[in-house]
Write a protein that binds this ligand. Sequence first.
Ligand SMILES: Nc1ncnc2c1ncn2[C@@H]1O[C@H](COP(=O)(O)OP(=O)(O)OP(=O)(O)O)[C@@H](O)[C@H]1O
Ligand SMILES: CC(=O)C(=O)O
Ligand SMILES: [K+]
Ligand SMILES: [Mg+2]
Length: 626
Amino acid sequence: MAAQSLNLFISISHSTKPSLHFPSAVSPFAFTKNPSKTSLCIKASAASDPNPSVLTSANGAGSVFAAAPFHAVSDSSSIEVDAVTEAELKENGFRSTRRTKLICTIGPATCRPEQLEALAVGGMNVARINMCHDTREWHREVIRSVRRLNEEKGYAVAIMMDTEGSEIHMGDLGGASSAKAEDGEIWTFSVRAFDSALPERTINVNYGGFAEDVEVGDELLVDGGMVRFDVIEKIGPDVKCRCTDPGLLLPRANLTFWRDGSLVRERNAMLPTISSKLCGIKRLKVADEQLEFVILVTCYSFVDFDHSEHVCVFIRLASLFGIIPQDWLDIDFGITEGVDFIAVSFVKSAEVIKHLKSYIKARARDSDISVIAKIESIDSLKNLEEIVQASDGAMVARGDLGAQIPLEQVPSEQQKIVQVCRQLNKPVIVASQLLESMIEYPTPTRAEVADVSEAVRQRSDALMLSGESAMGQFPDKALTVLRSVSLRIEKWWREEKRHEAMELPGIASSFADSISEEICNSAAKMANNLGVDAIFVYTKTGHMASLLSRCRPDCPIFAFTTTTSVRRRLNLQWGLIPFRLSFSDDMENNLNKTFSLLKARGMIKSGDLVISVSDMLQSIQVMNVP
Ligand SMILES: Nc1ncnc2c1ncn2[C@@H]1O[C@H](COP(=O)(O)OP(=O)(O)OP(=O)(O)O)[C@@H](O)[C@H]1O
Ligand SMILES: CC(=O)C(=O)O
Ligand SMILES: [K+]
Ligand SMILES: [Mg+2]
């Protein structure tokens, strides 16, 4: 069949809501049935079609544009704190509360409600779901179970959705839990879709361009070098490889390939990172029909990515043609399900983060989803400061990072990322292989305990379990190790009076912000010098709480905020104990109310020394609880 061209008229105006128009005679879906190479031309034009059909009402991609949930502000006179913290405060007093936050990746070993509850009781502050694995239905069920537990049992576990990103990984091994590759064996890595069982020694690869991008002589690393192969032959979609470092292949393990001693990075340009499909001319494969479309997205030049509605229209358009990358669909899913954090994999530049934030704003105006940049590629290290600046937090994703830079460089990069985040006042997570041996064994190695201690000593905001909690045999024990090591190191630091001397540069962008920053810096210093029991901060947006957390004071910070979503978000930050409370601009009133509510629940007592600061009043108060 001859190449078919279709004109699509898009009108995007800065003054009005953007709308899309198709010439009425052409169905936007017609071309997808055409089993030949088809070129599709999308043209931007003023809406000159005499009879345009408006696309905005067309059905894009299922759930993609469902409304985001509304976070209600309760105005009851009660105070909400998570049940685990409350028990801990009552039992040990505030000095001993854990400052380092804990994240657990949820997988088959931990997805049932009672398993999730065991993690919540064990100190999980954030549950992470990784969109690389399982179905959206599975993830939806996990999110809902966590929310139900929060509502019914009083936990405050936040949810982080981690996107797939531009990772190349193996398929699911046809259902096998693992496969052993022996020295010298020949294995086939194939992009073919196999209907029936996988042939012997065959591995499926998720990335269509794989067979084109690798070259004979390349080295193929599974999971950053746990198993290694040499590429010896390419036959169409199949790549034959000889095993040079034997080991266990796990389902959906990550793949990287190296040429002349360096990582081959072209793949990143082709893979669906959240930005790549939005730029210029892109080629893509329609998976099962092996069709290749060349899409000329000339309307790109009309899209202003700082204008969130433009991004929204563009994504909708892309989804109509089935060119929307998986990540965007997952992101939409996350927005619809009301996750608290979206962690973006393989971030290359600050632009990616800016586009995503712009998109979230367009989709859910009142949403306060935080965007976490995962630092796991060479580009993300190069552009570290601007990426962190654009994000609401960062993750040291050591798994993939260690597959992209020499392993011995990972610790110093970790140190640097933690420091940059602290200086720019963004929460930072240290992730991957913290307790890797606990996937199989009930106790950690001494080296693992030292690694966890080092991350706590660096005062990172949060530590994350991956396989240990997702598919390990001892998820609860692994969490207990993180908890007890964190508590021990934090206590040791306080006892040794090791106030660290990190220089914290001014970060305020306005005079009002400078005042908040100075108040928080001074309050934290006073708290240390006076040996107060806690700092109280009343903050609607959470900003003052994070400024205090940044100072890493000796005492815990009780952060009172009016919405449950801000409260859950603060869960990720070092030393913060978030409470939900409705409060007024009258600080005297707020303090009295808080004291009586907390005293009634046995969380503070008369005589405790506290410092209080707030968004509303530019002052620092020091007082004993009456
Ligand atoms: N939802 C899930 N379903 C099945 N297995 C899972 C799931 N989540 C995680 N796992 C298993 O746990 C292991 C570790 O999980 P994790 O999500 O942390 O992988 P990762 O490779 O560290 O992350 P990333 O893919 O973001 O680099 C995975 O390799 C996978 O085997
Ligand atoms: C967590 C993650 O994505 C990594 O370590 O690669
Ligand atoms: K991921
Ligand atoms: Mg990763």
